[in-house]
Write a protein of this length. Structure first.
Lengths: 324, 256
């Protein structure tokens, strides 16, 4: 018998409606998630990539039982989020991005004690769990300081410790590095990397491609409430497939000639004076390079496509994505 | 029970960190001065009991309502309300534990008004029936905690609880017979007052200070506890309904 996945989502739809005062029926507004299917296996670190407003947080909240689905089924650790939310809550931990989710006026230790009690931990078990987590996340020396005096990076460590207080099977990280400086974000990713090495199941939402590549086993792209699953191999193939060659001092005849090469998708003028040739495959990129060199263009550089471009290729959509 | 204690412990820590939450206790002596000055000016020492108990009951109701409303607003502001909902804990005992602490602390208002009466006005106050007085106070604290939970539940639906807090205070001071006994209110208000636990508490507290033997004390304490239990049951049911509605509409994180 095969073990069921940690997260199993089928046909998940979530719409947000609003009701006008005295109106009998609500007005259906935004479709945040549209027939989403997703499977995350136990032990997998799964990245959910998408721009702001794509539906990542909505999906995270449904998994955490904070929101109810409008349609479809969502099973977390074998329990349905609608019919058995309490069972789901016992087996998950959630870490929200930014400053959300901690009591600033309490110390780090008091926060952990409070949240631990809400998961049914108490006495020696709770104390030793807090000791273990404060030690692990480098909070020991500041555990008796108020959280509101912490830097964003320190706060995020407390967030992570809180998310792990009940040793959950699934950890939901909703844009955990949002607003962190690069050093703190790197530290945080290293911590997530440790959890990954332990074999913990993690769903990480982010709009940062580098972050997803660094810590995730598998990623899904999401936009306009629609999801597309991809593994790192697919991504790597896309990264190497779509190449860009930038050249400076390209004459109009050369530009016209290069743009007619098979596999050159489009030509773009960059703000720094370079002309960018978008090639759809490696042979086309090679042909572009050869043509430019033949035309005695010497200032040439190439680069990998941005997440936005990969995303557009994957989704076939028209909408861009911010890349940090 | 453990969650009730968790909520109480959390609230105690918060009170230590933010004494501003006890601001209602700053107004209690002033109200006592006003009420006792009116009583003294009109030569009605028999109403001194009303003048002393009213500010204390106002502090009790005001502080409980304040914490009941601010609790949800504050949890939303810190983004902890969503995380709370995502824990397996039942929120009703947690919130009730928090209100219970504030209600107990608000009894300091009684000490304040008592001190103002004896020290500033020289009014000799004596508790004629101390046992009944203590039991009524305890029953009032429990009933208050149960009723404040109703407010907490309703405030989950609101973007800002402050408007309701302000609007709900004075009607309850009147219906609860806090200063003016229910018997003196217009007849049409009396039936409504009978379902407000505070009206039973206020009458009973006043009676326990006076030498005359109070009528049916057990029944009246029972009414305070019964109405308190009804409020607690209503708040428990309301919170579960309201949370489910908030999860459906996506209003758990509402704010501002």
């Amino acid at each position: 018998m095969t073990e069921s996945p940690c997260i199993e989502i089928e046909g998940l739809t979530r719409t947000f409606s609003h009701r006008i005062f005295l109106a009998r029926r609500p007005i259906t507004g935004t479709i945040a998630l549209d027939h989403v299917n997703l499977i995350v296996e136990y032990g997998e670190v799964h990245g959910l990539l998408g721009p702001n407003g794509a539906g990542k947080t909505t999906l995270c909240k449904i998994l955490a039982t904070i929101l109810l689905p409008t349609a479809g089924t969502v099973t977390v650790c074998g329990s349905d989020v609608v019919t058995d939310p309490r069972a789901v809550r016992r087996r998950i931990g959630i870490v929200l991005g930014g400053d959300r989710g901690l009591y600033g006026r309490l110390t780090a230790r008091q926060n952990l004690r409070h949240w631990g009690a809400l998961y049914g931990l108490h006495g020696t078990a709770l104390r030793s769990r807090i000791d273990e987590l404060t030690e692990r996340f480098g909070l020991t020396t500041r555990q008796h300081d108020r959280v509101e005096t912490f830097s964003r990076g320190m706060k995020q460590r407390v967030h992570l410790a809180r998310g792990l207080i009940a040793d959950p099977e699934l950890l939901l990280l909703d844009e955990p590095t949002d607003g962190l400086d690069p050093v703190a974000a790197t530290e945080f990713r290293a911590l997530v990397g440790q959890l990954r090495a332990e074999g913990r199941t993690i769903l990480l939402t982010t709009h940062n491609m580098a972050e997803a590549e660094q810590v995730c086993d598998r990623v899904s792209f999401i936009d306009n409430g629609t999801i597309l699953d991809a593994d790192p191999a697919t991504l790597s193939a896309l990264v190497s497939r779509y190449e860009r060659i930038d050249a400076l001092g390209v004459t109009e005849p050369t530009r016209a000639r290069v743009s007619t090469i098979a596999g050159v998708e489009r030509v773009e003028d960059l703000p720094d004076g370079y002309v960018r040739f978008h090639a759809t495959d490696r042979p086309a990129a090679t042909a572009v390079l050869r043509a430019l060199v033949d035309a005695e263009v010497t200032r040439i550089r190439n680069s990998e496509p941005s997440l936005e471009e990969i995303y557009l290729h994957l989704m076939g959509g028209q909408r861009g994505m911010r890349v940090d | 029970m453990r969650l009730l204690l968790t909520g109480a412990a959390y609230q105690l820590r918060l009170l230590r960190r933010s004494p501003g939450d006890l601001i209602a206790l700053a107004t209690t002596p002033l109200l006592t001065v006003v009420f006792l000055a009116v009583v003294e000016h009109n030569g009605r020492p028999d109403l001194a009991v009303n003048a002393v108990l009213a500010p204390a009951l106002i502090a009790l109701w005001g502080m409980s309502l304040l914490i009941a409303g601010d609790m949800i607003d504050a949890e939303r502001a810190t983004g902890t309300f969503e995380v709370l909902v995502a824990t397996p804990a039942r929120l009703w005992p947690l919130f009730t534990g928090r209100v219970l602490v504030v209600t107990v602390v608000s009894l300091l208002g009684l000490v304040e008004s008592w001190l103002v009466a004896t020290v500033v006005f020289g009014v000799p106050l004596r508790v004629a029936h101390p046992g009944l007085f203590a039991v009524t106070l305890l029953a009032t604290v429990l009933a208050m905690s149960g009723h404040a939970g109703v407010m907490t539940s309703l405030f989950v639906l609101s973007r800002s609880a402050r408007i309701f807090q302000n609007s709900l205070s004075f009607p309850f001071y009147v219906l609860g017979g806090v200063l003016v006994p229910v018997a003196l209110l217009p007849a049409f208000l009396r039936p409504v007052s009978t379902v407000v636990f505070l009206s039973w508490s206020a009458d009973l507290l006043r009676d326990s200070l006076r030498p005359a033997a109070p009528d049916s004390p057990v029944l009246r304490v029972g009414m305070v506890l019964g109405l308190g239990a009804a409020g607690a049951a209503l708040s428990w049911w309301l919170l579960s309904v309201v949370l489910r509605r908030a999860r459906r509409t996506g209003s758990i994180a509402l704010g501002g």
